[in-house]
Design a protein around this ligand. Structure first.
Ligand code: SAM
Length: 291
C-alpha cells in the first residue's frame, strides 16, 4: 500500500470519507513523503524512542513516525478524523490516538498512561498554525518528560523563535522559548507540499530542552514581565519601555537607573540588544529592589 502522504492516496482517503477541510482547525495536510521523512529524521528517534504528535490529520506524519519509533501518542481535536485514522493507521500497532484539544488535555497524565517509564520522548508535529505558540509554550512549561520538539509552523514564527539578539526577529517569543530550549530552524518548506496550500510559508524548528533554563532567575513570572515590558514598543529604549510598562516600578526613574547600572546595562539600549543573561541580571536586580 502507498504511503498516506502521497497525493493520490490522500485524495482517495478524503474522497472515501467525504472529508472537507476545516480552516478554523488549521487543517493543511502534508502530501510529500520526503518532507515527512526529513521532519522525522530531525527528531533523532531510535527504536527505543517514543513520540507525541499534535494533530495527526489523516495520519500522514503519524505513519512515518510509527515506522521509526517504539510508540506514538497523538492528540487530534477533530472527531471526524478519528474513524479515518483507525482505518489509515490500521497496519500499525504502536499508535494511540486521543480525541482531544491538546490545549485542554492533561498531557502529563496521558504520558503516564500510554508511555509509562519511557526514557526518550520527542514531540513531532505539523502544528495547526492558529495555535502554534500556545501549544509550544504549554509543552515547554508543564514540566513534561520530553527531550524536545520538532515541529512545522509558519516560517515567520519560526524565524522569531530561533532569532538571536540584535536581529529584527528577536523578541519576547525568542526569549520565552530559548529560555527553556536550544532552538534552531532546520528546514524551510514550500507551500506546494500541503493540501490545501496555506497562504504563508512554512519552516521546521527543532527545540531541545535545556537541563537548566538558560539563565538563573529569582522569579520566572517577573522575568517574563520585564522581558515583555522591554519590548512593549520596539523602537523605544529600555528606560522608556520599563518606566511605562512595568507597573511595579511606579515610574521610579532612580530605582530603574540603579538596577540598570548594577547590571552594567545602558538604559539607552533597546530590548532587542539584550541577551537572555542580561535580562536575567536586570530582572533579578529589579526583583530585589522592588519586591
Ligand atoms: N499531521 C497532519 C499532516 O501533517 O498532514 C495534519 C496537520 S494539520 C496542519 C493540523 C492538525 O491539527 C489537523 O488535523 C487539526 O484537526 C489538528 N488540530 C487543530 N487544533 C488542534 C488542537 N487544539 N488539538 C489537537 N489537534 C488539533
Amino acid at each position: 500500500m502507498k504511503d498516506i502522504a502521497t497525493p493520490s492516496r490522500t485524495k482517495e482517503i478524503l474522497a472515501k470519507y467525504d472529508f472537507f477541510f476545516k480552516k478554523n482547525y488549521g487543517q493543511n495536510f502534508l502530501i510529500d513523503t520526503n518532507i515527512l521523512e526529513n521532519i522525522v529524521s530531525y527528531a533523532d528517534l531510535t527504536e527505543e524512542s517514543c513520540a507525541i504528535e499534535i494533530g495527526p490529520g489523516i495520519g500522514a506524519l503519524t505513519e512515518q513516525i510509527a515506522k521509526r519509533a517504539k510508540k506514538v501518542l497523538a492528540f487530534e481535536i477533530d472527531n471526524r478524523l478519528i474513524p479515518i485514522l483507525e482505518d489509515t493507521l490500521s497496519p500499525y500497532d504502536n499508535i494511540q490516538v486521543i480525541n482531544e484539544d491538546v490545549l485542554k488535555a492533561d498531557v502529563e497524565k496521558a504520558i503516564e498512561e500510554y508511555l509509562p517509564n519511557e526514557k526518550d520522548i520527542m514531540v513531532v508535529a505539523n502544528l495547526p498554525y492558529y495555535v502554534t505558540t500556545p501549544i509550544i509554550m504549554k509543552l515547554l512549561t508543564e514540566g513534561l518528560p520530553i527531550r524536545g520538539i520538532v515541529c512545522m509552523l509558519q516560517k515567520e514564527v519560526a524565524d522569531r523563535i530561533s532569532a538571536k539578539p540584535g536581529t529584527k526577529d528577536y523578541g519576547s517569543l525568542s526569549i520565552a522559548i530559548q529560555f527553556y530550549t536550544h532552538a534552531s530552524t532546520v528546514m524551510t518548506v514550500p507551500r506546494t507540499v500541503f493540501m490545501p496550500q496555506p497562504n504563508v510559508d512554512s519552516a521546521v524548528i527543532k527545540l531541545i530542552k535545556r537541563d537548566q533554563p538558560a539563565a538563573e532567575v529569582i522569579d520566572e513570572t517577573f522575568f517574563f514581565e520585564v522581558v515583555r515590558a522591554s519590548f512593549a514598543q520596539r523602537r523605544k529604549t529600555l528606560n522608556n519601555n520599563l518606566l511605562n510598562n512595568l507597573p511595579l516600578l511606579k515610574k521610579d526613574k532612580s530605582k530603574l537607573e540603579a538596577c540598570l547600572e548594577e547590571a552594567g546595562i545602558e538604559g539607552t539600549r533597546r530590548g532587542e540588544t539584550l541577551s537572555i543573561q542580561e535580562f536575567a541580571t536586570l530582572s533579578n536586580n529589579l526583583y530585589k529592589s522592588l519586591k
